[in-house]
Design a protein around this ligand. Structure first.
Ligand SMILES: *Cc1c(COP(=O)(O)O)cnc(C)c1O
Length: 457
């Protein structure tokens, strides 16, 4: 098996799509810490969460025990429009790097939303529809999640209200129009349409917004509108669960050719693509069946894992959401305005945070000019124009492959290529014009931001 020639692209058959998502929490000895009610400091109960989220999704959010959760047929049918996604052997990149390493990437950009986010959007829209809801609200930063959710809502006939971080709303008008094409309404955040938006605007006039602000607004609207719930595109356990389809397909494809990865690399914003990509591999690791090096890559300008605190924090700037125990920079943290590489969220998935705290994975941070350099290098040899977010993983995959060149080790590297960068040309333009700078927050700035952490023992 191991000697079978590996094709450029390993495609799977439709019939090889997983029939269940895999829930890593079931195999974790230390479960992720529960979400807490900010008022009482007690774990959020299902009925409390059901005021904000769809009931079936609450069940998935709280499920620390069932390893396999069946994928409903309607979702599987939608997946078939763009999945299984290809696992590509980066032969051209290997050649250019002149490395003995073998590099693979799992490409999630082959759908109109241009990223992996559709994998969870379609699941969340399905459960909202099944519950008989009229619509959902959400926030979007760069716009990929809003786009994915708009597509999913259009498919199931749900209304979709998107609060889009103001700076992105202004910089990415085409993203906005894609969302409107799929029938979503898009509001720049912070806005005057919510109490929390008005409050934030009063405190910070002229703010360009943040994911944390937009989340607060979307939650407020969901709670106040009958027949609406809030949905989130990352961070939550349920999102990592849906994204496990990425890792399950990757593992099936590698197993077909007898390939055992040594290093698995993914970019980390809220942790959903990484959590999904590593899921079955981490499962083996947790059960003591196999070992892998797993590396989370984050921007040096928003370094939650590498410089954040592992503590309970608010998930949003308006402090209306439950508290989550995670690696966080403080809920008021907003990356420097010159940061163009995405992955801007102040916190991190509670599941990945626990795994990182327990030593099951590593994390590293990279500067955005190095990220765009890797993006360009990759685009020129492998053809695909990568999203800036994905390019964080490319950067570290290249660095690891170059280390192999020095040592002569033939390691197998797998990384997640989460999406395409067609809507990020303003950032690419800045890079090409040498107008892109690297801003790394100082310890003092982070210390200031940590002051907003709630005092919870
Ligand atoms: C949203 C996004 C990410 C980061 O989100 P995670 O939840 O950390 O996966 C990465 N890549 C792309 C293309 C995205 O759209």
């Amino acid at each position: 098996m191991a000697n079978k020639e590996i094709p450029y692209k390993i495609y799977l058959e439709e019939s090889e799509l997983p029939s269940s998502w895999y829930n890593m929490r079931a195999d974790m000895k230390n479960k992720p810490a529960p979400l807490l009610n900010p008022g009482t400091g007690q774990p959020m109960t299902a009925p409390e969460l059901e005021g904000v989220f769809c009931s079936e999704l609450v069940k998935q959010e709280l499920d620390n025990d069932n390893a396999q959760i069946a994928i409903p047929q309607e979702i599987l049918d939608f997946y078939k429009m763009y999945r299984p996604s290809p696992l590509v052997r980066a032969y051209f990149l290997e050649k250019q790097l002149d490395t003995p390493a073998k590099i693979y990437y799992k490409f999630e950009g082959n759908n109109t939303s241009g990223s992996h986010k559709l994998n969870s959007a379609i699941a969340q829209a399905y459960y909202a529809k099944k519950q008989g809801l009229k619509g959902v609200t959400t926030e979007t930063g760069a716009g990929q999640w809003g786009t994915a959710l708009s597509m999913a809502c259009a498919f199931f006939g749900l209304d979709c209200k998107v609060y889009m971080v103001k700076v992105s709303y202004e910089q990415k008008p085409f993203r906005r129009e894609v969302m409107r094409t799929y029938g979503a309404s898009v509001t720049p955040s912070p806005s005057e349409t919510t109490d929390v938006g008005k409050k934030i605007l009063e405190a910070h006039p002229g703010t360009t917004g943040s994911l944390g602000c937009a989340i607060s607004e979307a939650v407020e609207v969901a709670v106040k509108s009958e027949g609406y719930r809030y949905v989130l595109g990352s961070v939550l356990n349920q999102v990592l669960l849906h994204q496990s389809v990425i890792g399950l397909e990757t593992k099936t494809a590698l197993d077909k050719y007898g390939v055992h990865p040594d290093i698995i690399i993914g970019c980390a914003g809220g942790g959903s693509n990484l959590g999904g990509l590593i899921a079955p591999f981490m499962g083996q690791k947790l059960r003591g069946e196999a070992d892998y090096r797993i590396i989370a890559v984050e921007p040096a300008s928003c370094p939650s894992f590498t410089r954040g605190r592992f503590a309970y924090d608010f998930c949003d700037t308006g402090k209306v959401c439950p508290l989550a125990k995670m690696y966080t920079l403080g809920c008021d943290f907003i990356p420097a305005p010159n940061h163009a590489g995405g992955l801007r969220y102040h916190g991190m998935s509670t599941t990945l945070s626990q795994l990182y705290a327990d030593g099951y994975m590593e994390a590293t941070s990279v500067k955005q000019t190095d990220v765009f350099q890797a993006a360009e290098q990759f685009a020129r040899v492998e053809g695909i124009l990568p999203a800036p977010e994905s390019s964080h993983a490319i950067r570290v995959a290249i660095d690891e492959a170059l280390k192999c060149k020095e040592t002569g080790e033939e390691k197998t590297i797998v990384f997640g290529l989460t999406g395409t960068g067609y809507f990020d040309m303003v950032a690419y333009e800045r890079f090409h014009n040498n107008e892109m700078s690297d801003y790394v927050p100082t310890d003092e700035e982070l210390a200031e931001s940590f002051k907003s952490l709630p005092q919870i023992s």
